[in-house]
Design a protein around this ligand. Sequence first.
Ligand code: ADP
Ligand code: MG
Length: 292
Amino acid sequence: ATPTALMVGTGRGAQLGILIKGPEVLESTRRVDTVVLDKTGTVTTGRMELVDVLLAPDQDRAEVLRLAGALEHSSEHPIAQAVARAASEAGKLPEVEDFGNVEGLGVQGIVDGHAVLVGRTKLLEEWSQYLPEELAHAKEHAEAEGSTAVAVGWDGQARAVLVVADTVKPTSVEAIVQLKSLGLRPVLLTGDNEAVAMKVAAEVGIDEVIAEVLPAGKVDAVKKLQDEGRVVAMVGDGVNDAAALAQADLGLSMGTGTDVAIEASDLTLVRGDLRAAADAIRLSRSTLRTIK
Ligand code: ADP
Ligand code: MG
């Protein structure tokens, strides 16, 4: 590989909105046969909106929004931002003490003297907070419709479910068509639940889905594919994607994502447009053809 051809490739990448860490990166993209895609913020816009508040019996919507919103105000997760935005539009949010992020599960903290949890049902269950049956059903229904739903509890009791919805980026469908036409197998990888994952996958044309993984599980999922002999490119945007981006044979981050993900990646898609992932692979192939 002549350094000049690789340098030219790197420069061409910049024109396409692809930031390449070093010329040698282009070489490692050549054998990639699988593209693992994070869902939230990568395939979808990650800009979620609060669409519904489902209440357990005798719970107050305003109080749920106030306590959950205050807590989520301290989190950067797209779900959290949707909740905090809606809550702060409804009124002033109280302070949070002892805020904690429970990786891949949700958040916890003290708000107005209440120990509040927001996140997956699993998180609340760890504190013996169980959704009443009807609420659990309503949550499943929302998820089956393709929304994301998180539970809210405090002081030992599950109180509500917040329903947020995220939309697929308009460019994602075409990006998947392009990746497939390059002979690559797309895989959707997410911490979100199976139903939401399947819905998004169907919308963009991905057949292979790995859902409900914890952040540490994202690395394991990439390793597992590698153990099967696949050469893996991973595209992600979040703090929780960083380890998997580093593990992948080629890590691609969204320029619209977190610094941690960008640092862990080999290549950054500056505009957060997934089509640039296909451009990057095409570019590396043509650059290397020039060299050979
Ligand atoms: P992803 O980026 O695929 O959503 P995460 O690991 O960030 O994966 O999150 C996994 C799941 O944990 C989310 O889908 C959500 O159910 C829950 N979760 C994580 N952080 C929060 C938060 N701040 N508020 C509510 N739920 C959260
Ligand atoms: Mg993400």
